[in-house]
Design a protein around this ligand. Structure first.
Ligand code: ZN
Length: 496
């Protein structure tokens, strides 16, 4: 069994930053008398009974998502939502021509991809959860959320939500039960997706922000937090087999476990913690389900906007900033702190560009060879290790228990193959790993584990030296062995 538990049930201790030059302003925040604003923030947090009872606020009418025009679809959970033609993505700025480009891209991709309906990732079980739907409840005006008292607002959000339907209590109990295991590496994100009715990112995001005390520490308005999470979740494409909100929730949960490593836990600052949590939740935001090579070969507008490198990652950053601005989640913070958080969040998202993997690995392994006691109290070193952490979380599928790991393997390869199908139809060269007629799933997975996941997790284990990090390497080896046993033997091998 390659089941691994996390490092413990405790949550991260938030460093006060007394020794960190990177985060001096936070010193007074933890010690000062709560201001009225702060008290109000705490009060609002307390009014949210639990993450499990939190329903997803629907975007207000002023939000700029193109898909919001489809009000019927918007009010249904992803899985029961009738398939619609996605018209693109986040409108960054109202005056920005890029918004039109992105919408155009959405249309173009749909045409190019033969609109091949992806099997929904979160098949709801055939019980009463299937019938859950979120009927219309939208605020009539932009900013109306802020105009409510928090208690009234929360009641409004519950009105007509899944909590009023049959099974709500049972659903809440199940979600809470699963979230108790969120500190463990064998957390089943697919089960979580089912019990949340296809809303894993919203519930996981809220849980992790609460677990790390980030909402109270940063005086975040709980309503804005919920609105932010709802918007982030809805900006992921539900018809992507892999790059969807379940993957983002999975990465955030994996990162949560990795950050509990004592070496990191004792050094990370609240600013870094908030930045990396936002980065994890948003690192594939509005992913179109195709890779950079496809965007370049089809001369997409995303390529024309972002250049030739890290096209998708730049897009994820920009979309994240658009939602942060839309919600005003960090607007109450001093400019410098807000800019630091956003800047770090950007760097972390950009580091998930897999084309830069070798460079990161070379630097990381170099650091480990030259100095076995990497000084994580040094902000620049810590920033690099945080980049490694989010990269590790992003490719954590091979380190999960076999059943979960296998499911992820199938999903990512299906997404690749659909891109390949599209390229074949368009008479384009089929991208690496995207040809369903020549690529062997067992071979591709075994190769990925051997050359990408294992070296990264071995280096991580060298850094942390913990029981958990060593177990993750063992999991990769076990999963690789399972795939190796399924690699078709060549004729010559069979003859032997
Ligand atoms: Zn990812």
């Amino acid at each position: 069994m390659n089941v691994v538990t996390g490092t413990g049930a405790g949550v991260l201790t938030i460093a006060t930053g007394t020794t960190s030059a990177h985060h001096p302003p936070r010193l007074s925040r933890t010690t000062r008398e709560p201001s009225d604003v702060y008290r109000e923030g705490l009060k609002r947090c307390a009014q949210v009974p639990s993450v499990c009872r939190a329903t997803s606020p629907r975007p207000s009418s002023g939000l700029t998502f193109a898909r919001r025009r489809h009000s019927q679809s918007l009010d249904s959970p992803y899985l029961s939502r009738p398939r619609m033609k996605r018209r693109g993505a986040v409108s960054y700025d109202k005056n920005d021509a890029a918004a039109e480009y992105i919408r155009y891209l959405g249309d173009t991709l749909n045409q190019q991809r033969h609109v091949q309906t992806c099997t929904p990732l979160a098949e709801l079980p055939a019980n009463k959860l299937v019938s859950l739907s979120v009927p219309s409840r939208r605020h009539s005006r932009r900013g109306s959320i802020q105009n409510h008292t928090s208690q009234q607002c929360y009641k409004d959000l519950l009105k007509g939500s899944i909590l009023q339907r049959v099974g709500a209590e049972e659903q809440a109990r199940l979600i809470q039960e699963l979230l108790r295991k969120a500190d463990h590496w064998d957390f089943d994100i697919f089960a979580f997706r089912r019990v949340t009715g296809g809303r894993p990112l919203f519930h996981m995001g809220l849980h992790l922000l609460q677990q790390h005390h980030l909402i109270s520490y940063w005086n975040l308005d709980i309503m804005k937090v919920m609105k932010f999470l709802a918007l982030v979740e809805s900006a992921y494409h539900p018809d992507n087999c892999y790059h969807n909100c379940t993957h983002a929730a999975d990465v955030a949960q994996a990162l949560h476990c990795l950050l509990m490593e004592p070496k990191l836990n004792s050094n990370i600052t609240p600013l870094e913690l908030l930045a990396i949590m936002i980065a994890a939740l948003c690192h594939d935001l509005d992913h179109p389900g195709v890779n950079q090579s496809f965007l370049l070969s089809t001369s997409s507008y995303l390529a024309s906007i972002h250049g030739q490198t890290s096209i998708l990652e730049q897009h994820h950053c920009r979309a994240t900033k658009a939602i942060l601005r839309e919600v005003g989640l960090l607007d109450h913070l001093p400019d410098q702190e807000r800019e630091e958080i956003i800047s770090l969040m950007e760097e972390l998202i950009l580091s998930t560009d897999f084309t830069r993997h070798k460079t990161f690995m070379a630097t990381f392994e170099g650091m480990l060879v030259s100095d076995h006691s990497i000084d994580l109290s040094e902000p620049s070193v810590r920033k690099f290790v945080l980049k490694i952490a989010i990269k590790a979380a992003d490719v954590s599928n091979p380190t999960r228990p076999l059943e979960i790991s296998r499911t992820w393997s199938e999903h990512i390869m299906e997404e690749f193959f659909r891109q390949g199908d599209c390229e074949r139809t368009m008479n384009l060269p089929i991208s690496y790993m995207c040809d369903r007629y020549t690529i062997s799933l067992p071979e591709s997975q075994s190769g990925f584990m051997e050359f990408c996941a294992l070296p990264l997790y071995k280096a991580w284990s060298k850094l942390c030296g913990s029981k958990l990090s060593i177990s993750l390497c063992k999991n990769v080896v076990n999963n690789k062995t399972w795939w190796d046993q399924r690699i078709p033997k060549s004729d010559s091998e069979e003859d032997c």
